[in-house]
Design a protein around this ligand. Structure first.
Ligand code: NAP
Ligand code: GLV
Length: 327
């Protein structure tokens, strides 16, 4: 829908970094959900979309058929994320609504965070920091807070897309051996990056660290569960910066408590935000982060701008640069 100034109405579900706001305000009539630390309630969202041509959302909003049905003028949904599992793509497609996302721009930042989790878990950084504040550091001692080497260890990547490859580059720089499992083999990347393909089960058996980089889909739902933990080494560490749904959290809890695996580093959870009294958070061998993979000021600003730019492209009748769905 267009206002008096000939600008189309758009609804933005959070306060976004300035480059995105400025670009949207130049081209559209904008309304924002202005509470930064609280997602827009579904009832408010359903009302707000009634007159909009564009919906600019975060990964924390469920854009399902009910939202799409409540938005009769909707032309485009732009998400400030690369993952789009929170959007009902079929419902949007049936209505001829385009979807855009923000791949690429967040790749290196997210791989940095995945590698930070790998380092934090292997060298027990959070546990060691807590040990100081709890007064447990009484003397330098040979095995006090001893972790495991990163250098010379093997990393198994599940999903060799943009972030998986960026993780492989970091791991090679740290002197790790890198294996991967993905839907397709990429022999060019194998030769260029010095990494090797392994079938899924073998990757689980031979890797010291296993890092997940697949999207959340029906195929990847609880890809890592009891059977998979049973295949891993007792010294293995699981890193998940993909999506919480890729791991069965009950099976992970059991594997961490029984010593079936050594540790885990998670940036994503089945339910977000995870409840502060969730049993996983009590485990000393778990490092948990609040879904901050792409959270650098630079990257979040670029994501905000890209999603804004593509929204405007679609509203102007031009093809978006980063379509999930180009209706
Ligand atoms: P991408 O380039 O699309 O890479 C995904 C890879 O996973 C592709 O190589 C894909 O293979 C592979 N894959 C898909 N389904 C698979 C399956 N069933 N089995 C094995 N491999 C499979 O995506 P990306 O940019 O690297 O991002 C990956 C995911 O990371 C996103 O979808 C998002 O959920 C998550 N993410 C999280 C954060 C965070 O803040 N924690 C930040 C950014 C992204 P094909 O090439 O055959 O499709
Ligand atoms: C973050 O999780 C993203 O998908 O961008």
């Amino acid at each position: 829908m267009t206002n008096n100034a000939g600008k189309k109405n758009v609804y933005i579900t959070r306060l976004i970094p300035a480059p995105g706001v400025e670009y949207l305000q130049e081209h559209c009539q904008c309304r924002f959900w202005e509470q930064d630390n609280e997602p827009v309630p579904q009832a408010v969202l359903l009302k707000e979309v009634a007159d909009v041509s564009g919906l600019y959302c975060m990964l924390s909003e469920r854009i399902d058929a009910s939202v799409i049905d409540a938005a009769p003028h909707l032309e485009v949904i732009s998400t400030m994320s690369v993952g789009f599992d929170h959007i009902d793509v079929d419902a949007a497609s049936a209505r001829g609504i385009s979807i855009t996302h923000t791949p690429g721009v967040l790749t290196e930042t997210t791989a940095d965070l995945a590698f930070a989790l790998l380092m934090a878990t292997s060298r027990r950084l959070i546990e060691a920091n807590r040990a100081i504040s709890k007064g447990h550091w009484k003397a330098w001692s040979p095995l006090f807070m001893a972790g495991r080497d990163i250098y010379g260890a093997s990393l198994g990547l599940i999903g060799l897309g943009r972030i998986g490859k960026a993780m492989a580059r970091r791991a090679r720089g740290f002197g790790m051996r890198v294996y991967y499992y993905s839907r397709q083999r990429d022999e060019e990347v194998e030769a260029k990056q010095g990494i090797s393909y392994l079938p899924f089960d073998e990757l689980l058996q031979y890797s010291d660290f296993i890092s997940l980089h697949v999207p959340a889909t029906g195929e990847t739902f609880q890809l890592i569960s009891t059977r998979e933990f049973n295949l891993m080494k007792p010294t293995a560490v699981l890193i998940n910066t993909a999506r919480g749904s890729v791991v069965n959290e009950e099976a992970l809890f059991a594997a961490l408590v029984s010593g079936q695996i050594r540790a885990a580093g998670l940036d994503v959870f089945a339910e977000e935000p995870i409840s502060p009294d969730h049993p996983l958070l009590e485990l000393p061998n778990l490092v948990a982060l609040p879904h901050i993979g792409s959270a650098s000021v630079e990257t979040r600003s670029k994501m905000a701008y890209l999603a804004a730019e593509d929204m405007v492209e679609v509203l102007a009748g031009r093809p978006p640069r980063f379509p999930v769905l180009n209706a």
